[in-house]
Write a protein that binds this ligand. Structure first.
Ligand SMILES: [Zn+2]
Ligand SMILES: [Zn+2]
Length: 66
């Protein structure tokens, strides 16, 4: 999977999601997927901090994320 390609439309829409009214993806309750600078993916935990659970497989289609 290339850097700018996504396994499915769900992953694409959540990975590229940006909210105009929130500072970042951790602040936005509508944001689900975090993309780290090193390419890792995570599911955001909205606990007021910057927590996320790293995931290796797409939660929608099950493809390996790398
Ligand atoms: Zn928002
Ligand atoms: Zn997928």
């Amino acid at each position: 999977m290339g850097k700018n390609s996504f396994c499915c439309e769900m992953m694409k829409s959540y990975s590229t999601f940006t909210c105009k009214s929130c500072k970042d993806e951790f602040e936005c309750p509508d944001s689900l997927i975090y993309r780290a600078q090193d390419g890792d993916y995570g599911i955001i935990i909205h606990d007021g901090g910057q927590s996320y659970i790293s995931i290796e497989y797409c939660p929608w289609c099950g493809s390996e994320l790398k």
